[in-house]
Ligand binder design. Structure first.
Ligand code: HEC
Length: 163
């Protein structure tokens, strides 16, 4: 009798369309993308397209999955197995699997009530919440067609380094 019950349970689980662990956009994948990608991938950011909504990420699902699986994104050239840095932006293997599985399982939405709001960025692409001080460099025209490294000397108006 007990044996039969165990078989019955097994069949029910196998027939379920998805298990509790299957990643969904809201809230799992949304939190990963907003925490690790949106800082560059928003309007005016340095990323080539926006990842600031479910529609944005679904539309780019295949390339997003490939970029995280190959660890091309988020860009982090330092080896996190060797040394950790403050504010490092590296996905755990669990986070990578969640994004890739989510795309492969057809990008299910999840619970709309749990969807986090996208982060807010200042116009102009700054990652700082507030800007204390701004300086302008004199206009400069690039001389060559290659990358050019140049120092611009700017007067420091502060009496000593701020802590
Ligand atoms: C530090 C800024 C930055 C962060 C953070 C970042 N990206 Fe990018 N991303 C870029 C830039 C710049 C490019 C274009 C140059 C390139 O492809 O290397 C890019 C390109 C891409 C591309 C185009 C295809 C490819 O692989 O080049 C995808 C897809 C992508 N990013 C997804 C992501 C995802 C997903 C995350 C978060 C897990 C993320 N990015 C985090 C800056 C960023």
């Amino acid at each position: 009798m007990r044996f039969q019950n165990a078989i019955g349970l097994g069949l029910i689980l196998a027939a379920a369309p998805c298990s509790a662990q299957d990643p969904v956009w809201s809230p799992d994948v949304a939190n990963i993308i907003y925490d690790h990608c949106a800082s560059c991938h928003h309007q005016g950011g340095i990323g080539p397209f926006s990842l600031m909504s479910n529609a944005d990420v679904v539309a780019n699902g295949i390339v997003v999955a490939e970029a995280v699986q190959t660890r091309h994104m988020p860009p982090w050239p330092a080896d996190p197995n060797y040394r950790h840095f403050a504010h490092e932006n590296v996905l755990t293997q669990g986070e990578i699997d969640a994004v890739v599985d989510w795309v492969n399982f057809g990008a299910p939405f999840g619970d709309p009530l749990l969807e986090p709001d996208p982060p807010v960025f200042l116009p102009g692409g700054s990652l700082l919440d507030t800007i204390d001080f701004q300086v302008a460099i004199p206009p400069y025209t690039l001389q060559y067609n290659t990358d050019e490294y140049r120092w611009f000397v700017i007067e420091n108006p502060f009496p000593r380094p701020s802590m």
